[in-house]
Design a protein around this ligand. Structure first.
Ligand code: CP
Length: 317
């Protein structure tokens, strides 16, 4: 398996690299869910390694799943969950100096930051691999990896599928990273369902055009729901609107996935969401087999086990 150094953006992957990673992810999943004897060998594979998790923005899934992945592989974790308040950032330390220090104590750094480009800045000064756990409205590449893994796992593949994105497409780093990663496949079409305030940004559209991936913008959620194989729903992120409260209020609550909409969807489709959700998917949808979002979040742990395994110790099979 080829060695990964930093994980900064979704475009850095190619299909053979993804296939290798997903194959290892399945092994990791089996090791946790089924405790296969061969997979049990991974239990101590990162013994002696330290991971620093530096989170400047809140997180449940990304932080817990990286930390769980590291611990399950026998490694240990140094963690600050509110880096702006509980590290020397509160005294004015720069990101670069913080990373220089963390990289002298740990073997890998997982960084979530509010500024786009922060992970690339960190990688430029770090002595150890940096994993981008979300950089503002930029990217969230490990989320895209678990998203693509989930689509493959649930539907058997991405090629010839219609994938509809719904919600905050302008500031949503998960949709941006996933759209970049889907550029490596041959989906039939990507549909972008969003209010004009939060439309998909031009850089993604230009990238998809360059890679000959058809896309279309729609206002009508019902039209998208009827033809989509994957309905990828996102939260309207209040924290990205700053003092533009009226714009946020105009957009919030516009697209809701409920039982009525579910009834319009194909029998073999899935609903995904990077989570957390606010009101964009009603809880009544959760029990439908097409609601894949909790299975999707669980896959995050297995993907991150495979990533950490690759980044830190490729030889421990
Ligand atoms: N999907 C995701 O990034 O969730 P968290 O913000 O809880 O990490």
């Amino acid at each position: 398996m080829r060695k990964i150094r930093h994980v900064i953006e979704a475009q850095q992957w190619d299909r053979p690299g993804l296939e290798e990673l997903f194959s290892l992810t399945r092994v990791m999943r089996d090791s946790i869910k089924h405790r296969y004897p061969k997979s049990r060998q991974h239990a101590h594979c990162l013994e002696g390694y330290l991971m620093a998790s530096l989170f400047y923005e809140p997180s449940t899934r990304t932080r817990f799943s990286h930390e769980a992945a590291m611990i399950r592989l026998g490694g240990r974790v140094l963690s600050t969950e509110n880096a702006e308040q509980f590290s020397s950032v509160s005294k004015g330390e720069t990101l670069e100096d913080t990373i220089r220090m963390a990289s002298s104590y740990a073997d890998v750094i997982v960084l979530r930051h509010k500024e786009q480009g922060a992970a690339a800045r960190a990688a430029a000064v770090s002595r150890v691999p940096v994993i981008n756990a979300g950089d503002g409205a930029g990217q969230h590449p490990t989320q895209a990896l678990l998203d693509v893994f989930t689509i493959e796992d649930e539907l058997g593949g991405i090629d010839d599928r219609i994938i509809a994105f719904v919600g905050d497409l302008a500031y949503g780093r998960t949709v941006r990273s996933l759209a970049y990663l889907l550029g490596k496949f041959r989906p039939t079409k990507l549909l972008f369902v969003a209010h004009e305030v939060v439309r998909m940004r031009p850089d993604i559209k230009e990238y998809l055009d360059r890679h000959n991936i058809p896309w279309e913008e729609l206002d009508n959620l019902e039209l998208a729901a009827r033809c989509a194989d994957v309905l990828y729903v996102t939260r309207i992120q209040k924290e990205r609107f700053g003092d533009r409260i009226s714009e946020y209020e105009e957009v919030f609550g516009r697209y809701i996935i409920n039982a009525e909409l579910l009834a319009m969807m194909k029998e073999k489709s899935i609903i995904m969401h990077p989570l957390p959700r606010v009101n964009e998917i009603t809880t009544g949808v959760d029990s439908d087999p097409r609601a894949a979002y909790f299975r999707q979040a669980e896959n995050g742990q297995y993907i991150r086990m495979a990533l950490l395994h690759n980044i830190l110790n490729q030889d421990c099979h």
